[in-house]
Design a protein around this ligand. Structure first.
Ligand SMILES: C[S@@+](CC[C@H](N)C(=O)[O-])C[C@H]1O[C@@H](n2cnc3c(N)ncnc32)[C@H](O)[C@@H]1O
Length: 381
């Protein structure tokens, strides 16, 4: 890069006024400073904490891959009921015993497994993996994300995203998602992971007094299925692209909801939304799209609602002025790899709702920010 470019060299930086954070950072960054801190009884605890945290970030990718190997080999289920010795398991898994032992030992170090003498049994954290809907599917799916992230700086400069962009064709318009097989592949992953999101969204969303809920971009109807169970009197409409709705009918029939949910196919980019619902939910929809698409969609949502109608947005969000790891690191980079969309803070989504005309905007404290946060608004009565 040109020396006169946007990043001044260390000399130029040295001439600038240095803030207190700058002074702190210069001190921490001095060679030998960490060792000095670790030797002093007064600062040892602090230095160890920061060192361990930094090492966890350095090693994070390896930790994810250790988890992936456990999922791929189904070790959390195989080792659930009783401790297993690597040499007894190895032939069944087609791996050399010492390599399998290394994996199980790594799993034990990360709290996924527990070491019982020379054997290994699933630990508390590992035991949760098969029980969390969609988690194993998401861990497998992350391979694509991690391939894109192998060169994060290149990804930052790649306007169209990475390999992940080809996995989610619908974000580039309805036409890209016309193929039912492609739609089935992404809908399956969405449906598997939606149960968890639906649980949190329903717990946080205020559906008191709502008669008719329309889920826009509702995929195969997992959120509406959960809403139907929680609110037996609620009328339900599912709006999504035609190729996606093809799979939704089947899934809803299996859930015994075939007659209860009205399916409306269309594209919220091109078509007005049907009227009749007094609440519209957008679950994991906005973060796939750019600001102009979201602004246009919210205008359509506003137009489709009656006076007093409410909008419910549920998705992972940025922490905004208080950055938080799930929204601002994981999901933000996921969007970068998709090549479109962005993680927005609850404040930003609230402001977009207000621009669309909504009022009484609320954002309950999220139960699990890594699953979903919720922002709601009302159309003026
Ligand atoms: C990330 S998925 C979320 C699905 C579901 N709400 C969930 O949480 O599992 C986004 C959904 O929006 C739908 N979608 C994307 N573009 C759309 C459009 N232009 N019109 C209607 N639906 C669209 C996709 O088909 C997909 O089902």
């Amino acid at each position: 890069m040109d020396a006169a470019g946007p990043h001044p060299g260390p000399e130029a930086a040295g001439r600038r006024r240095v803030s207190w954070r700058g002074l702190r950072n210069r001190m921490i960054g001095r060679r030998g400073f960490q060792s000095f801190m670790a030797r002093s009884p007064l600062t040892r605890w602090f230095a160890r904490g920061e060192g361990a945290r930094l090492f966890d970030i350095v090693a994070g990718f390896v930790h994810s891959q250790v988890l992936l190997a456990h999922v791929e080999l189904d070790l959390f289920v195989i080792c659930r009921d009783a401790p297993q010795r690597p040499e007894a398991l190895a032939p069944r898994l087609g791996l050399p015993a010492d390599r399998l032992a290394a994996l199980l030992q790594a799993g034990a170090a990360l709290g996924l497994m527990e070491r019982v003498g020379d054997a290994f049994q699933t630990g508390r954290v590992g035991a949760a993996v098969p029980g969390v809907p969609g988690l194993a599917a998401m861990i497998r799916h992350n391979r694509i994300l991690y391939r894109d992230l192998a060169d994060p700086v290149r990804l930052l400069g790649a306007e169209g995203g990475g390999e992940l962009a080809r996995f989610w064709p619908y974000v580039f318009g309805a036409g890209a998602a016309a193929d039912p097989d492609t739609a089935a592949a992404y809908s399956e992953l969405m449906a598997e992971t939606q149960a968890l999101v639906a649980e949190d969204a329903l717990a946080m969303a205020d559906l008191e007094g709502v008669r008719h809920l329309m889920d826009v971009g509702g995929g195969t109807g997992a959120f509406l299925s959960a809403a139907a169970r929680a609110h037996p009197g609620l009328a339900l409409t599912l709006f999504d692209l035609p190729a996606v709705l093809a799979g939704a009918g089947e899934r809803l029939a299996r859930a015994g909801l075939a007659g209860r949910v009205t399916l409306v196919s269309g594209s919220f980019r091109d078509d007005p939304l049907p009227g009749g619902a007094d609440a519209i939910s957008l679950v994991r929809v906005l973060f796939d799209h750019s600001d102009p698409t979201v602004t246009a969609l919210l205008a359509r949502v506003f137009a489709a609602l009656p006076p007093g109608g409410r909008v419910i947005v549920a998705e992972p969000m940025s922490g905004g002025k208080r950055p938080e790891p799930a929204g601002d690191a994981y999901f933000a980079f996921y969007c970068l790899a998709m090549g479109t969309g962005r993680v927005r803070s609850a404040e930003r989504i609230g402001a977009m709702l207000a621009e669309a005309g909504f009022e009484r905007i609320t954002a309950p404290r999220p139960r699990r920010p890594y699953v979903a946060s919720v922002v709601m608004g009302r159309k003026p009565a």
